[in-house]
Design a protein. Structure first.
Lengths: 111, 115
């Protein structure tokens, strides 16, 4: 079993839809959770960074962490074609440990 | 803020030669820098972790004599692919963590093609 599980998709939605992206994990020591967006042939871009459980909102993006269920989510409201990319979840226990990445979910938002 | 640059963005070299890739944190000091490799449609594979002024820590299966990492300052790390072969062709991405925080900011990546 992988430490972090993420459905690779692809996920195809119409413009304006609410997108839900999810990851599950097995290591209860993880405390720092990140979501990255990666366009083709580019480096990942940090979208959201949260510590421990709870919600965090930034514009159209909302990150949720449920440590009791070992489950994290990223919601994208009013999705746009420019949101079409691969979304990677990542997490670590802190202390400059390496990030553990999910496989990435490919999202396509069509007009 | 939190910008990381890489140079070059694309390089083609002949088999047997060495290639150096630079990673710079432009607006912050990075205690720790990381080097990743990514194959098409796959997730990131961590190659090594480097801390300024000390030897890099390589992941299992990564040849340290082939992939030389130097973290010379708090804003610069270099990856040298020695005696490159076609199987080393890949997308190499670095990331950096600002002092006192755990998130990583990634560079734009370097596409290496070995002919």
């Amino acid at each position: 079993q992988k430490e972090v599980e993420q459905d690779p998709g692809p996920l195809s939605v119409p413009e304006g839809a609410i997108v839900s992206l999810n990851c599950t994990y097995s290591n209860s020591a993880f405390q720092y959770f990140m979501w990255y967006r990666q366009y083709s042939r580019k480096g990942p871009e940090l979208l959201m960074y949260t510590y421990s459980s709870g919600n965090k909102e930034d514009g159209r993006f909302t990150a949720q962490v449920d440590k009791s269920s070992k489950y994290i989510s990223l919601f994208i409201r009013d999705s746009q074609p420019s949101d079409s990319a691969t979304y990677l979840c990542a997490m670590n226990p802190g202390g400059y440990n390496k990030l553990i990445f999910g496989a990435g979910t490919r999202l396509a938002v069509h007009p | 803020g939190a910008v990381v640059s890489q140079h070059p963005s694309w390089v083609i070299c002949k088999s047997g030669t060495s290639v150096k890739i630079e990673c710079r944190s432009l607006d912050f000091q990075a205690t720790t820098m990381f080097w990743y490799r990514q194959f098409p449609k796959q997730s990131l594979m961590l190659m090594a972790t480097s801390n300024e002024g000390s030897k890099a820590t390589y992941e299992q299966g990564v040849e340290k004599d082939k992939f030389l990492i130097n973290h010379a300052s708090l804003t610069l790390s270099t990856l040298t692919v020695t005696s490159a072969h076609p199987e080393d062709s890949s997308f190499y991405i670095c990331s950096a963590s600002p002092w006192g925080s755990y998130e990583q900011y990634f560079g734009p990546g370097t596409r290496l093609t070995v002919t």
